[in-house]
Design a protein around this ligand. Structure first.
Ligand SMILES: NC(=O)c1ccc[n+]([C@@H]2O[C@H](COP(=O)([O-])OP(=O)(O)OC[C@H]3O[C@@H](n4cnc5c(N)ncnc54)[C@H](O)[C@@H]3O)[C@@H](O)[C@H]2O)c1
Length: 250
């Protein structure tokens, strides 16, 4: 028996990076997983995971969400776990950013999470409850001026998570909602951040693998996702967990 045996999970942004690691570990621990991503590479990633399904999905589209949830119901008859992981970063300060850039970053992380929760709750309710895990960032706690829109979007993810968690509890849905705030985790996104920090000649330990005390691996986040997805975390609700090896504590 795996730690999430019998559960059905959707992980967004799962073609690579943290989402891929989440999907792999959830599947290894017994969940049936739907991996979604705007990149068609998600089909390749899903094909490598036994019993998993890949779907090309843009998390900013309400119609796309309706299709993914309908697929979960048609294929598996239930939904227990949703990991709102898809996100992009835009390396611009308040003075450099455009409204268009801001809206794109916000649309994927914040609106995508909003749409995902809204779409998933009815099927989770029918399934007797569930766990929603939303990917925020330490960039919502510490001000890194070169990611202005990203910080705003990830802050929205945190406050929305608490709000939805309390709503679901008040309604008696048995749906928990938590946010994860990763620090620096090795991924394509982090590699791009490191390049940008170098280009600008900045001193930003959390965005620079060369300066961070420790660089996390996607599996470090996946282990937390697994815990939050499992019934072991049944008392963990409406909270946010920082996983950054003490970087923001200093
Ligand atoms: N890597 C880190 O250090 C770190 C730190 C804090 C937070 N995060 C957050 O964790 C999540 C995953 O980050 P990662 O490092 O794996 O990044 P990544 O860029 O490697 O992966 C993100 C995935 O999201 C997908 N995506 C982008 N736009 C999408 C859309 N509109 N619809 C669906 N999918 C879309 C991309 O195609 C990609 O596969 C993100 O939300 C990121 O902000 C990462």
């Amino acid at each position: 028996m795996g730690r999430v045996s019998g559960k059905v999970a959707i992980v967004t942004g799962a073609a690579r990076g943290l989402g891929e690691a989440d999907a792999r570990l959830l599947a290894k621990e017994g969940a049936r997983v739907i991996l979604t991503d705007i990149s068609p590479k998600v089909m390749e990633t899903a094909a490598q995971i036994e019993g998993a399904i890949g779907v090309v999905q843009d998390v900013t589209s309400p119609e796309g969400w309706a299709e993914v949830i309908a697929l979960a119901e048609a294929k598996f008859g239930r939904l227990d776990v949703l990991v709102n992981n898809a996100g992009i970063v835009d390396f611009t300060t308040i003075e450099e950013s455009t409204l268009e850039n801001f809206r794109r970053v916000y649309a994927i992380s914040a609106e995508g999470t909003f749409l995902g929760c809204q779409a998933a709750i009815p099927l989770m309710k029918k399934s007797g409850g569930g766990s929603i895990i939303n990917m925020s960032s330490v960039a919502s706690l510490t001000a890194y001026p070169i990611v202005c829109s990203y910080a705003a979007a990830k802050g929205a993810v945190r406050s929305m998570s608490r709000n939805i968690a309390v709503y679901c509890q008040e309604q008696g849905y048995n749906i928990r909602v938590n946010a994860i705030l990763p620090g620096i985790i090795a991924s394509d996104m982090t590699a791009a951040a490191a390049e940008e920090v170098k280009r600008r000649g900045l001193d930003v330990p959390v965005a620079d693998p060369a300066k961070a005390p420790k660089v996390g691996q996607p599996e470090d986040i996946a282990n937390l996702v697994l815990y939050l997805a499992s019934d072991e975390s049944r008392m963990v609700n409406a909270t946010e967990i920082i996983i950054d090896d003490a970087v923001t504590a200093k």
